[in-house]
Design a protein around this ligand. Structure first.
Ligand code: PEP
Length: 248
């Protein structure tokens, strides 16, 4: 079954306004004319308007959303605000949010519900720590993350998710999961989804993240259950990012 190929760039908390503008213009000027995938930029939220204005060939996503609807929650950004900016995607449950900002599975579940309610496609991140993989617990950990994230979602809502498998030991470390390790986990994730929503699981794009770069993207993306990538470091360079986006 055909499903969407996606390459998304997570800029994290990097770049000044001028640097962001330079990167956006470079990306826009070099937008691939023969493009086999959807390309999403996730700049820091303060640059959303800048991205919408200067890189309009790309889809834009945010890196995080509040689990609350609206109101007295200083510093937070709601799903309805994201929707009102015509932003279509939002990353949820990135390991850095889980690790440093207390995003628990329950909070991630609420964030997913907020996004889906406001018609924003969540890019749900999951992935095990190094010690969990070393103990052979990676499947159990990822299954638990996904099952808790989707509690209370309808089948139609689950179908709308994009999943990113990001082994924490591969994020920003230069250590990529082997194609075999990644494919094995992606197939496992699809089997979890299959047990919830049946064949519709074949429509869900599952992205790989963790030190993905032009040198390893093609081999990874050639695997049957790897539908693209979530890119951190390499997304801060227009050439590298666009090269990755053309690795199908
Ligand atoms: C990420 O944090 O989503 C990521 C994949 O980072 P990097 O590509 O830098 O490992």
């Amino acid at each position: 079954m055909m499903r969407k190929k996606i390459v998304a760039g997570n800029w994290k908390m990097n770049l000044s306004k001028d640097e962001a503008l330079t990167l956006l213009k470079e990306l826009q000027a070099n937008f691939p004319s023969q493009n086999q995938c959807e390309i999403i930029l996730c700049p820091p939220s303060i640059y959303t308007e800048l991205a919408l204005q200067n890189a309009n060939s790309f889809n834009i996503g945010l890196q995080n959303v509040s689990d609350k609807e609206n109101g007295a929650f200083t510093g937070e950004i709601s799903a309805s605000m994201i929707q009102s900016m015509n932003v279509e995607y939002c990353i949820v449950g990135h390991s850095e949010r889980r690790q440093y900002f207390g995003d628990t599975d329950t909070i991630i579940n609420s964030k997913l519900k907020q996004l889906l309610k406001h018609n924003i496609t969540p890019i749900l991140c999951c992935g095990e720590l190094l010690e969990e993989r070393e103990a052979g617990r990676q499947n159990e950990v990822v299954q638990n993350q996904i099952e808790k994230a989707i509690v209370g979602l309808s089948n139609a809502e689950i179908e709308k998710l994009v999943i990113a498998y990001e082994p924490v030991w591969a994020i920003g470390t230069g250590k990529t999961a082997s194609t075999h390790q990644a494919q094995e986990m992606h197939a496992f994730i699809r089997s979890i989804l299959n047990s919830k929503i049946g064949d519709a699981s074949n429509k869900i794009s599952i992205l790989y993240g963790g030190s993905c770069k032009p040198e390893n993207a093609k081999e990874l993306f050639d695997s049957p259950d790897i539908d693209g990538g979530l890119i951190g470091g390499a997304a801060l360079n227009a050439n590298s990012f666009l090269q990755i986006a053309q690795s199908f």
